[in-house]
Design a protein around this ligand. Structure first.
Ligand SMILES: Cc1cc2nc3c(=O)[nH]c(=O)nc-3n(C[C@H](O)[C@H](O)[C@H](O)COP(=O)(O)O)c2cc1C
Length: 199
């Protein structure tokens, strides 16, 4: 409610259109195993993203939802509904992807399979890691995203288990990745905003 509102009697709806809500972007941790490094990578992305301030970023940890293996239960576990509700409330995603046997983790595939509308007409970026930067896993994820109607952006930071992690466990990213992460976020924000108009 501002001065203009008082002077011209603008409705709340009009004002909402003029000052849209910030986009909500989920940073999805793709691994769930004990000892995983994905939380370190996710927090690093969140730190960079929060400094930009143009959207609300949050870490979304698949492990928190205790999803069963798809089709092995009657589907009434509260985590399944909570997972779908979380996705429904997000406008875009950054997937933290690790390479397991040249693909994404079973946990991430299962979590992807557990939703449909929650993914549709949203944008996503990928940050991957592995011996070859997780590139093979990331390319598999792009194919899956096509089916789920997630628009995957081009810029893709790839982290090396050899040079961006100490002993493969302590995350120490090289400086050079920063520009790429920001470029990826630029694209995720642009497309998340554009696709919001379709939903
Ligand atoms: C089951 C399994 C398979 C893996 N296969 C690959 C692989 O094909 N290529 C690769 O670069 N790294 C592979 N790795 C190494 C992982 O990328 C590395 O352990 C990474 O830290 C896993 O991510 P996380 O710590 O978040 O679970 C594999 C690891 C596991 C546990």
């Amino acid at each position: 409610m501002g001065l203009l509102n008082k002077m011209f009697g603008r409705s709340t709806k009009e004002e909402e259109i003029m000052t849209p809500e910030k986009l909500k972007i989920g940073i999805i941790l793709g691994s769930t195993r004990q000892g995983r490094v994905s939380p370190q990578v996710g927090e690093w992305i969140k730190g960079i993203a929060d400094k930009r301030g143009e959207a609300n970023y949050e870490i979304v940890d698949i492990a928190d939802y205790n999803l069963p293996f798809l089709g092995t239960t009657d589907g009434t576990e509260p985590g399944i509904a909570a997972w779908n509700e979380k996705l429904a409330n997000l406008d875009g995603f950054v997937f933290i992807v690790q390479e397991y046997n040249h693909s994404i983790t079973g946990a991430l595939k299962n979590a992807l399979d557990f939703a449909r509308e929650g993914w549709n007409n949203k944008a996503a970026g990928i940050v991957s890691y592995g011996s070859t930067g997780g590139a093979r896993a990331a390319e598999h994820l792009r194919g899956i995203m096509g089916e789920l109607m997630i628009a995957d952006v081009r810029v893709h930071p790839t982290l090396s288990l050899f040079t961006d992690f100490e002993n493969g466990t302590e995350f120490k990213p090289a400086e050079l990745h920063l520009d790429n992460v920001n470029a990826m976020l630029d694209q995720v924000i642009a497309w998340s905003g554009a696709l919001k108009t379709l939903r």
